[in-house]
Design a protein around this ligand. Sequence first.
Ligand code: PRX
Length: 619
Amino acid sequence: MIIPQSTERVFRPLPQLVIEANVNPQQLARAHAAANQDPLAYWEEAAQELEWFHKWDAVLDDRYAPRFRWFPGAQTNIVHNALDRHITTGVKNKLALIWEGEAGDTRKYTYYEVYREVNKLANALRSLGLGKGDRVVLYLPLVPQAAFAMLAVAKIGAVHCAVFPGFSAKALRTRIQELRPRLVITADGFYRGGRLIALKNAVDEALERGCDFVEGVIVVRRAGLDTPMNESRDLDYDAIVRRERWEAATEVMGSDDPLFILTTSGTTGTPKGILHGHAGYMVGLARTLHWLFDIKPTDIFWCTSDLGWITGHSYVLYGPLIAGTTTVMYEGHPLYPQADRMWDIVDRYGVTILYTTPTVIRMLMRYGDQYPAMHDLSTLRLLASVGEPLGVDAWLWLYKNAGHSRCPLLDTWWQTETGCAMIAPFPVSVLKPGSVHRPLPGISVDIVDEAGHAVDHGTLGRLVITRPWPSMPLDFVRPEDFDAAWQQNAWHTGDLALRDEDGLIHIHGRADDVLNIAGHRLSCAELELALQTHKAVAEAAVVGVPDRIKGEVAKAFVVLTPEFASLEDHGEIIRLLRQHLRKEVGPVAVLRSVVFVESLPRTESGKIARAALKALGEE
Ligand code: PRX
């Protein structure tokens, strides 16, 4: 066990928690030692806990490294483990999903009910001629049908490609053109922050020209909007599932068949498409649910992410269902109609595990202690955070006000590429706010300098993953993006980190030109390209600047075109640029300020000297 040098800011688990934990400190130490010595045996044991149609010929095939193949020869389908197998056990009649709309409408589904909904949709998709390997873009709000859609697509062996509904029609179009799906599933609209937001029209706009490969658009009627339907292309969700049978065969998938593609921002202007598969991904997930999140049969698990992000895929949907637990989905804004909404949800459903983000925590903290105090939060037993650095103040606030100083708060580090949590404390760990603790058993990381050599404790370096892990990507849509991530025999995460005097890891943000706005990854280049399409902009450079709530927001340096350069009203230009960015990328792209400059500083090779601009931004 770790003996921290300073006891000032460490938090020990309560004895009762240690006694009841799925993995106690001794077991954890043994697992670390065993996994270090023989990682393949460790992961093989994890895989044995799931059901397979056919087991693997080997745990790992490294012949095509760095495209490591986990569980080669195995046959499975993640949906078999997330749904089908539960139907023959006592889990069948347990609540799988508790959904709440922003207006307070609720729906609850048992495992059996989800199973039937998914099978009906799977049959409908098959009737449309879809099957193994076909891509389906999901542009959906957080409604139960979004979960059914992911599972149904996976069940028939097709590949779901979710796009967060906070992306604009333009951003959706870029992704659709890159992914070339046969089908898009969307909704008429949804509720957020008290407003009704239309969605289907963005799909119409995205598909306007040159997307003939999209054969159909399925529309979920969520908001009762009078949505124009294109008769030769659009289908009503309810109408197509209504007549289908509730039994459907689950497609047999090889261990390197893709399950989903998620596009995420890298250093270039074009988002990277990351492919995850059925086998290794589910093994990594199952282990984190049982070990890290300490899942018990009575848990109510609420991860506040949207399904459109990896956190939603892994910890709203697949992870909790594989573990046979009850997952909570809330459609709306965490502050609607007031700042106690989340605590109200925890109270009413008896949420036991709450997994959220630093931005949400900071937002709630700003509204004050009185809101969590309005509700009975005694059911909570575990808190967790992901997506951005969680500062010590926000950590302490949540620990005290939601956890009443008795629930461990786990700051978990991972990314779209890793599929599931990689570095995090366990519920039984001695917690040190500000640190993400150590890699989980079976995961090996290091912090290195530019040449790939390990740096000393206390020195900032690049965070790399030094051994393959089961939930690693199968590949990227553009293989060269994958090759760029494997350098010097390790996976480069793009993050800066250091190890403190206790050997615990602290994440210091990105090492590359990727912004983390409220936990949403956006590349500087994507925002720059979007700004440059405005007629006022000759050149643009974007850097991240710290923000008290969102962690980071964008700041732009803009060289105006001659036509606009003489305009006095810079305020109006800024307003137009903000509006433009919203339209080009979506509301996720929060532009804090714009500085008008004569020219942009460039490096010798002609690249924008962002470090110099960042320094300017901090003045
Ligand atoms: O910079 C790290 C940050 O979020 C990035 C991954 O973003 P994304 O692929 O969108 O996945 C987010 C959720 C898994 C990382 O490269 N990040 C993630 N978790 C943490 C973090 N930064 C600091 N602390 C964390 N716990």
